[in-house]
Write a protein that binds this ligand. Structure first.
Ligand code: DQA
Length: 142
C-alpha cells in the first residue's frame, strides 16, 4: 500500500533553512528516511514537496480518489488555508499532521492549525522523527 507524504512551502530548503529550528537534515535526507521507514513497515512512500498551494490541493484530491493514507506537513498553510482544511476533510483514509518544530512554543500565529481538526493525530516538535512515527502509525492503523 502507498502512503503519500506531502510537504508544503519552504520545506524543500530543509537543512539550510533556519537549522536552529528545523535541524540539519536536508530535504533529500527526509525523503530517504521516509522511504526507508515505509519499506520497513511494508508500505511504499511517495514523498513530495511544493511551494504551490494549487499543486498541494491537487495532490490531496488524488489522495481522496485513491483512498491513500497521508502524512502532511502543511508548513505555513497550516495557519490560514481554509482551502487546505477543506481538501483534507475530503480524505477517507487517515491523515497524520506533522510539524518538525513544536508550533505551540513558537510565535502565537503558529499555535493554531486549521488542518488539525481533519487529522487522526498531530505530531509536533519531534524533528524529522515525527515523520517516521506517523508512517509507523499509519502502517498499523490505515
Ligand atoms: C512547520 C511549522 C510552520 O509554522 C512553518 O510555517 C513551517 C514548518 C514545521 O514543520 O515545524 O514551514 O510546519
Amino acid at each position: 500500500r502507498e502512503v503519500l507524504i506531502l510537504n508544503g512551502p519552504n520545506l524543500g530548503r530543509l537543512g539550510t533553512r533556519e537549522p536552529e529550528i528545523y535541524g540539519a537534515t536536508t530535504y533529500a535526507d527526509l525523503v530517504a528516511l521516509c522511504e526507508k521507514v515505509a519499506t520497513e513497515c511494508g508500505l511504499t512512500a511517495d514523498v513530495r514537496q511544493t511551494d504551490d498551494e494549487a499543486q498541494m490541493l491537487g495532490w490531496l484530491h488524488e489522495a481522496a480518489d485513491s483512498e491513500s493514507p497521508v502524512v502532511l506537513n502543511p508548513a505555513a498553510w497550516s495557519h490560514y488555508s481554509i482551502a487546505l482544511h477543506d481538501a483534507c476533510a475530503m480524505l477517507t483514509a487517515p491523515l497524520v499532521e506533522v510539524h518538525i518544530s513544536n508550533i505551540h512554543t513558537r510565535e502565537r500565529f503558529r499555535h493554531h492549525s486549521v488542518v488539525s481538526a481533519t487529522a487522526a493525530g498531530v505530531i509536533a516538535g519531534l524533528g524529522v522523527d515525527g515523520y517516521a512515527a506517523a508512517i509507523r502509525w499509519l502502517a498499523e492503523h490505515a
